[in-house]
Design a protein around this ligand. Structure first.
Ligand code: MRU
Length: 358
């Protein structure tokens, strides 16, 4: 199955080449495939802030390479470059607060740096660390896709109708995708009848990115308005809601794109299974519950305008871009270390201290 998955891989979001970080500009998709080169930590921070790259794992990967660029510049400037580098750590860490993968990746870069006593080989070691963060995310996605398929098959062998929200695909990760990785692999196994992609206002990650990724592989996908979800669950026999995550706390509460919580409530009401697919880099055991997760609020203009054109009355707009789904609405959590059905704090603690459950 792994070989078949790899054969379908078509989309990448992040590329490190010849000492530059290239990011596929996701603001332009699906209309234009434009890669932007980045040479400094500040440029990478701006790219994350302005959504050139988005999706929790992809943000973490970009930040790791951004930090590497920071090290290169600070090292060349000489003096107490490790102290000066703190500015880059701080700038990159602050750009988007909800996805914990950002802090996780920077923490890994810091740990690697701290192990290096002198400056010889610093750049090579940190480049290797950033590449490893990138590569291991892709590997995790391939593993999770297989676990997700086993789960779907366990519940029902007939092709499934699946609803997804936002974009948790190759574009949001180091490759293949989390939620979309499961959906893609299930399609390859003949387990998908139809995918419904929520538009995902206001950035339209579902309409622009998920629909594009799936259609490009011939997966049957229909775009639906975010507000159509409950109606579809009632009338179209949705079998699964499958989503990614930006941060999962120790009690298994799940932060993900705004609108996920209402999907989970609706799924519970209609008896639709709710699957969250996320690598362990998205799990934050330092927070007890979702109440502690910082929820990013973006500029209200993202709701009031589209492409600079006004589309609403002139009123203030409130724009929280993530919400928290309580653990008891989640049927199953899929990670690269294993699967947890009816996730709770005890099961997650066990998973986090084991290498593999399967
Ligand atoms: O604002 P975004 O586009 O970065 O939000 C992305 C999401 O909410 C995704 O669902 C999440 O990061 C999981 S991606 C594998």
């Amino acid at each position: 199955m792994r070989e078949r998955m790899l054969a379908t891989e078509r989309v990448r979001a992040v590329e490190w080449r010849d000492g530059r970080l290239y990011l596929l500009d996701q603001r332009r998709l699906p209309f234009e495939e434009r890669w932007l080169g980045h040479d400094t930590a500040a440029e990478v921070a701006a790219a994350i802030r302005h959504m050139v790259v988005r999706g929790a794992p992809a943000i973490g990967i970009a930040a790791a390479y951004g930090l590497l660029l920071g090290v290169r510049d600070r090292l060349a400037a000489g003096g107490d470059w490790r102290a000066a580098l703190e500015e880059d750590f701080a700038e990159l860490a602050a750009v988007r607060p909800t996805a914990v993968n950002l802090a996780w990746a920077l923490q890994r870069m810091r740990a690697r740096l701290d192990r290096l006593r002198n400056d010889a080989g610093v750049l090579e070691a940190l480049e290797a660390e950033a590449r490893e963060i990138h590569q291991s995310d892709r590997e995790a996605n391939l593993t999770m896709a297989q676990y997700g398929v086993e789960l779907i098959r366990k519940h029902d062998k007939a092709p499934q109708r699946i609803l997804t929200h936002c974009n948790a695909g190759a574009l949001a990760t180091g490759g293949f995708g989390t939620a979309l990785g499961v959906i893609r692999a299930a399609w390859l196994e003949g387990l998908v009848e139809q995918v419904y992609a929520d538009e995902t206002r206001p950035w339209l990650q579902g309409a622009r990115l998920t629909a594009w990724e799936l259609a490009g592989e011939g997966v049957p996908v229909s775009l639906v308005a975010d507000a159509a979800a409950a109606h579809l669950m009632k009338t179209r026999g949705i079998d699964w809601v499958i989503v990614g995550a930006d941060r999962i706390t120790a009690n298994c509460d799940v932060a993900n794109k705004i609108g996920t919580y209402q999907l989970a409530v609706n799924a519970m009401h209609h008896g639709v299974r709710f699957m969250v697919v996320a690598p362990t880099s998205t799990i934050d055991m330092s927070l007890d519950s979702g109440d502690d997760i910082p929820i990013e609020e973006r500029d209200g203009r993202e709701l009031l305008e589209i492409g600079g054109q006004p589309l609403a009355a002139r009123v203030p707009a409130l724009n929280p871009v993530f919400d928290v789904t309580p653990a008891d609405l989640v049927d199953v959590l899929v990670t690269e270390r294993g699967v947890i059905e009816r996730p709770d704090a005890a099961k997650l603690a066990l998973l986090m201290c084991r290498k593999r459950l399967h």
